[in-house]
Design a protein around this ligand. Structure first.
Ligand SMILES: [Zn+2]
Length: 100
């Protein structure tokens, strides 16, 4: 089996593959740590971070797409049986809909 190298933003437990260049965007956490990411894993990482942000990478328009997609992505989305009852467990869009 060939080991496929994924971008630095891919979580070990996330089974999904990268989508597009692995430096399409840069995800920055609240401490200023920056990680290059593909659009798929950048979206997931941004959705999972508290106070994270996305900066443009090598793909024009990718940061805008990641920002929009992360808004409706649950934190750690591969946890399909996770509770989605607390604001920190839900997407930003769901929290807005719930008034939180
Ligand atoms: Zn990736």
């Amino acid at each position: 089996m060939t080991e496929v190298t994924r971008c630095m933003a891919a979580h070990d437990e996330d089974p999904t593959a990268c989508i597009g260049p692995q430096d399409a965007v840069t995800i920055v956490d609240k401490h200023g740590t920056a990680v290059p990411a593909c659009e798929n894993h950048g979206t997931v990482l941004l959705a999972s971070l508290y106070d994270g942000r996305v900066e443009p990478g090598t793909v024009v328009g990718a940061a805008t797409r990641v920002l929009a997609a992360a808004d409706t992505t649950h934190p750690f989305p591969w946890l399909s049986d996770a509770l989605r009852t607390e604001p920190s467990q839900r997407s930003n869009a769901d929290n807005r809909a719930a008034g939180e």
